[in-house]
Ligand binder design. Structure first.
Ligand code: CTP
Length: 409
């Protein structure tokens, strides 16, 4: 795995040296990005010798390599240990005033912060608010340990042991420890992304789904031992890269339209123990798709596009059960409106679709689509709440698989 180890300026920076050595011993490639203040505590040669990679703090080093974005773009995991109150404030505000903070903005992989500071600073409302903001954005902020601090004082704020940081951080990429193989021998199909319905050869009706939650579900199931097929509808490029670079491979079937998605899910679903419909499926498609681009006729106004209804793939599969005992799971992306709250719409959808589980999430206004974190209420087919999950999309995925595992024979 390619890991970036950020180190900010606190006395616990010496423990980052131990963490670096541990990660290298486990076979990971590690590049250290200290802040200027961190180098007051530990010298760059120490990090360079143990990582075997150059160390810089500034965005103006190696400008041709555009490393202020390239480092974050190519990492599988970013760990910042220790993360000082100042580093978290800068990260929460989205500042980009050194190589570490620019890297945090460019990274699309899991980001783990291991805070270390005095208890008063950890408890200060400013730090609490910054931690809450970062967690809301999907950053995994480890709880500091309690114990002896720099001086004679004790309390929460101590950097956890390097072994604990490494275990918690790596589990975000690898999933839970290998002994949790509760889906071993199970075949699972997950649809992800959003369908596109062609209007003509160059235009389509689409939606904002990035596919992140579906991919997190596929990777979580694979990490728990399942044999996973991901039916991927137009995933964002960085999400596709993540699937292909994942620690355990999933089979991937690429589709574009609802018709293709339906055919693919039904084909692989015939052998599956679990089908999860996480894709955002277009409810309608253009009735006809001409072979040539539709031309604008000046002065005539737009030609209307006649739409026809798409099949409801989830409802069909829930009804047909392609295999005896198959568990069928759907999502309900809701905004809530005058007709009902997010949960009320979710309940109605659960009853209507006939699936075993429905994960209801609130979308719109920056929530749900394209974000790193998610919050879902898990309902059974009758619309009763059987679980709640919030956190990174991977954490939500694991909570959903916990609910699925209870239903498997
Ligand atoms: N779904 C499906 N086929 C469709 C539409 C939706 O399989 N034609 C699935 C989605 O993958 C998701 C669930 O049904 O698991 C709910 O999708 P959503 O878009 O929230 O619901 P709709 O059925 O489209 O209902 P509405 O548009 O009224 O909210």
């Amino acid at each position: 795995m390619r890991i970036l180890l950020g180190v900010s300026g606190g006395i616990a920076a010496y423990k980052a040296v131990l963490l670096l050595r541990l990660l290298r011993e486990q076979g990971h490639a590690v590049r250290v990005i200290p802040t200027r203040a961190a180098l007051e505590f530990v010298g760059a040669p120490t990090f360079e010798a143990l990582s075997g990679e150059p160390v810089s703090t500034e965005v103006f080093d190696d400008v041709p390599g555009v490393q202020h974005v390239s480092l974050g773009q190519h990492a599988d995991l970013v760990i910042v240990a220790p993360a000082t109150a100042d580093l978290m404030a800068r990260a929460a505000a989205g500042l980009a005033d050194d190589l570490l903070t620019t890297t945090l903005l460019a990274a699309r992989c899991p980001v783990v912060l291991a805070p270390a500071m005095h208890t008063e600073m950890w408890d200060h409302p400013a730090t609490r608010a910054n931690v809450a903001t970062l967690r809301e954005r999907g950053v995994h902020v480890i709880e500091p340990a309690s114990g002896r601090l720099t001086g004679a004082d004790t309390g929460p704020g101590r950097l956890p042991d390097p072994e604990d940081i490494a275990r918690e951080a790596l589990s975000l990429v690898d999933g839970p420890p290998a002994e949790n193989l509760d889906l071993a021998g199970r075949r699972v199909v997950v649809s992800a992304g959003g369908t596109r319905e062609a209007i003509d050869p160059v235009r389509f009706i689409g939606n904002r789904s990035s596919g992140r939650q579906g991919v997190a579900l596929a990777q979580a199931a694979a990490a728990r031992g399942a044999d996973v097929t991901l039916v991927a509808a137009n995933l964002a490029q960085d999400v596709t890269d993540q699937v292909l670079a994942g620690p355990r491979a999933c089979s991937v079937v690429q589709v574009e339209s609802t018709t293709e998605l339906r055919d693919a899910v039904r084909a692989v679903g015939a052998e599956a123990d679990v089908v999860v419909m996480a894709a955002a499926v277009a409810d309608f498609r253009p009735a006809v798709t001409p072979d040539a681009k539709i031309k604008k006729v000046p002065g005539q106004g737009p030609a209307p596009i006649e739409l026809v209804e798409n099949p409801d793939i989830l409802a069909e599969i829930a009804h047909d059960r392609l295999r005896p005992g198959q568990v069928v799971v759907g999502f309900a992306a809701e905004t809530g409106d005058a007709g009902g709250s997010v949960l009320e719409h979710g309940r109605a959808k659960a009853r209507r679709k006939g699936a075993d589980l429905i994960a209801v999430n609130a979308v719109g206004s920056g929530r749900g689509f394209g974000t790193e974190s998610n919050e879902v209420t898990i309902l059974d087919g009758a619309g009763d709440v059987v679980g709640l999950a919030s956190g990174t999309k991977r954490e939500v995925a694991d909570a959903l698989w916990d609910a699925v595992a209870k239903l498997l024979p």
